[in-house]
Design a protein around this ligand. Sequence first.
Ligand code: ADP
Ligand code: MG
Length: 322
Amino acid sequence: MNQTSEFSLIKAYFSALTPDRDDVILGIGDDCALLKPPADQLLATSVDTLVSGVHFFADVDPYRLGHKSLAVNLSDLAAMGARPAWFTLALTLPEANSDWLKAFSAGIADLAKQHHLQLVGGDTTRGPLAITIQATGFLTAHKAFRRDAAKVGDKIYVSGTLGDAGAGLLLKQGKLPLANLTEPDQQFLLDRLELPTPRNLLASQLVGEIQSAIDISDGLLADLQHILTASQVGAIIDTNALPLSAVLQKLPAEQANKLALTAGDDYELCFTMPANTAGVLEAALDGQVTCIGEITEFSGLKLLPENIQQNLDVNPGYDHFS
Ligand code: ADP
Ligand code: MG
């Protein structure tokens, strides 16, 4: 992008997009942002890239794309137990289309406002559409949710419902039988895919109560496996306990369960909680979370009931990336 159009584009769409925070000494406009983290906190920082044709359809609604680009980063902060503060945005655009940019930046701005997150810098270049956001938050050192902190006997929980985003993807691909799905059902699944709710509010309620968490971006089994590997433990999952939305329950049971276990993009939290405090906290969280199993001493991931693994043809150790 030539300099004039780059500067005017940044000014028009990004300079005043998000709320001002007191801890931003200098935001967009200089060579670097100057930020003042709280003296007694650690910074938690994470970056994610979404590439057109790989992570989203090129014709996806730009408002939704803006929302999701930020949501996936907020989800990483939630999975660490960090309070969101700042983010940067590296944008590669094939062209400077003002309608597209207006909607895209609005999708980012609405979510940023909800979480009091300030855009403090970025980069804008011309090329195939890709979005990279780096988000930074704060946490107290010993209160971080770490993948390596699950303990034998901990209960395993997930937030929300699982598999909806995966069903939304099948719907977009024309691979979902539509017979029992109403228009609102279909919209629900698409919203779950394109407008995920990062669980930062829930995470803030869990700080100090849990030690281990991950966000479900690649599917429950694949992501839980990261906790098991890092913590050198195993797990039993009761597939009858998987939280399924009313819409997902309209699909054949096997398909619904398989989506809940293996489909990505839900951005729910999976976390473990000591058995002795789990009951009280679960009640306090009032339906936001569901217990789906327990951390065990034996390594590996076992699914109950007994024959479900073969019936669903899922391999709990499967690497969805390979
Ligand atoms: P530099 O040449 O020093 O890298 P740039 O011309 O890339 O500076 O950017 C000018 C200012 O605008 C910088 O403060 C940068 O952080 C900010 N900026 C550039 N692109 C974006 C964007 N997409 N979103 C937010 N801030 C941006
Ligand atoms: Mg630059």
